[in-house]
Design a binder for this molecule. Structure first.
Ligand SMILES: [Zn+2]
Length: 216
């Protein structure tokens, strides 16, 4: 599937910010930025998952489609929206949250990106939490220009979540929290890890609107 637009400049000629897409970003005093370059309706559930992983600790960038379909999809190696690139380039490491089609496997998270140590640490943490991960796929995120690899370390991590898993997160708060906690556990200094509670789930839900309607 090829993209309609090969760059943000091309997209911006035809699409209107605030009407067809929006950008949500929060810059925090953190070496890590969590990004969802295909958020909103483009790859449903990815921006909400990215925001929960960022929590109140990490920077966040979401490019969110507001219209149905995937015409706003700019592939990761070409994703060059300037505000997102600037935030990533000002950070040490980017962790990108993506959505893939199930392709007969509705469970496995495809891990990628050039930061192999962090990639594998996140993968092992997810496996320990009961999720399935794999490196054996065709979305390796190896391109230096991939948005996940444009932090100062020139190496980041890419997670491709199957559609069924993302859809389950809309209804299954515990599964979503287990996933988010597993990723966060690898990037938060151990002394700072706070077990998720009902109140933190409620706060993050209401502040970022993880609702089943409207953006899938
Ligand atoms: Zn994507």
């Amino acid at each position: 599937m090829s993209d309609l637009y090969g760059s943000y400049a091309e997209l911006a000629v035809c699409e209107t910010e605030g009407v067809h897409y929006r950008i949500r970003m929060i810059e925090r005093d953190s070496p890590i930025v969590v990004v969802a370059p295909h958020g909103g309706s483009i790859e449903a559930g990815t921006s909400q998952t990215a925001a929960l992983i960022a929590g109140e600790d990490f920077s966040l960038y979401c490019f969110e489609g507001l219209v149905s379909g995937r015409r706003l999809h700019i592939t990761s190696a070409r994703f060059d929206e300037p505000r997102g690139v600037a935030l990533v380039e000002a950070s040490e490491i980017a962790i990108a949250i993506h959505g893939r089609a199930d392709r007969g496997d509705h469970r496995t998270v495809w891990m990628g990106g050039l930061h192999h140590a962090l990639r594998d640490a996140i993968g092992m943490s997810l496996e320990r939490a009961g999720f399935k991960t794999s490196l054996d796929h065709h979305m390796q995120g190896k391109a230096p220009g991939n948005i996940c690899n444009r932090g100062r370390m020139r190496a980041g991590v890419q997670l491709e979540l199957p559609m069924s898993l993302r859809n389950s997160f809309f209804n299954d708060v515990l599964a979503r929290q287990a996933f988010v906690s597993a990723v966060r556990a690898t990037i938060i200094p151990k002394t700072d890890v706070v077990p998720p509670t009902a109140s933190t789930v409620a706060i993050t839900r209401s502040s970022f609107g993880f609702h089943p309607r409207g953006d899938r």
